[in-house]
Design a protein around this ligand. Structure first.
Ligand code: 48F
Length: 260
């Protein structure tokens, strides 16, 4: 016999257990697109306490829709290794160009990341950061429904040793820092430089070079890198996103290990 109140209690208790266990983190990832997912997968696999906050109901960001809703993505030689690692089959289109089913990519990255130990809080938006002594020490979160409804509801907070801004084109975490903190970002202008138009080849290389610390305690990953440091967008070639997520994880892991 099924008791409705038991079902309700099970969900409430389990969710709040999960939230309670993740109020203090080694790494907080903001945004569940391909870059954030690879970053979370790698950090969780390395044994760091990592959680991801994603505004939307679904995880996967801009990956599901491939290019212009045609649900295939392209990756290059260097990045194919990551899809191989999580078990996504790619097909060579021409030498150096591989395609993969975008639904398989998004769902597999999500599944492997969670199985590796990443905890994902979907439907949660990061609206602000906490800064102590000119360093980001945590995130200010709220239900996306509150944000969408424009409701006057105060947020809650998460403490994190490192934050990864994987919010894509919007670069929301670094933008909030630029707007609210009386200090400069590690960009050439000290501000968010902003994304340039589409140039796949250069954008892919710059994405990796721009995967770095943007403010003490905050690393960029994915499209956010070029939006923050000022470089091109790349369209539906996703190798740079995957490699950037991996690099961001390595940089954060290096810092965390150095502090142990
Ligand atoms: O946009 P998104 O997929 O970022 P990405 O991992 O990949 C970019 C590609 O999809 C594509 C591209 C590659 O060629 O150019 O655009 O860099 O995923 C970003 C995720 O962050 C979420 C957003 O809903 C999306 O799923 N997000 C953005 N701002 C916030 C957020 C926020 N303030 N709080 C929580 N989630």
């Amino acid at each position: 016999m099924l008791e409705e109140i038991t079902i309700t209690k099970a969900i409430i208790n389990r969710y709040f257990e999960k939230l309670n266990e993740h109020l203090e983190l080694d790494a907080a990832i903001v945004g569940g697109g391909p870059a954030g997912l690879v970053c979370g997968y790698k950090l969780a696999k390395a044994g760091f306490k990592t959680a991801m906050f994603e505004r939307k109901l679904s995880i996967g960001g801009g990956m599901w829709g491939g290019g212009m809703m045609m649900n295939e993505i392209v990756v290059q030689d260097e990045a194919k290794r990551i899809l191989d690692e999580v078990g996504v089959a790619c097909r060579q289109f021409e030498p150096g160009y591989y395609t993969a089913d975008s639904v398989l990519c998004a769902s597999t990255l999500c599944s492997e990341a969670v199985k590796a130990g990443l905890t994902i809080f979907n439907l949660v938006s990061v609206e602000d950061v906490m800064v102590r002594e000119q360093r980001v020490t945590g995130l200010v979160i709220n239900w996306t429904a509150v944000e969408m409804g424009g409701l006057h509801v105060d947020p809650l907070t998460i403490r994190s040793r490192y934050t990864v801004d994987a919010t894509g084109h919007a670069a929301e975490v670094v933008r909030v820092i630029a707007r609210k903190v009386d200090a400069e970002l590690f960009t050439r202008t000290g501000e968010v430089v902003g994304e340039r138009s589409l140039w796949a080849e250069v954008a892919e290389h710059h994405t990796l070079a721009n995967t770095r610390e943007a403010f003490p305690g905050v690393f960029t990953a994915g499209m956010c890198c070029n939006a923050t440091f000022g470089s091109y967008r790349m369209g539906p070639v996703f190798g740079g996103m995957l490699l950037s997520g991996e690099k961001a994880a390595e940089l954060v892991a290096e810092r965390l290990r150095a502090q142990k």
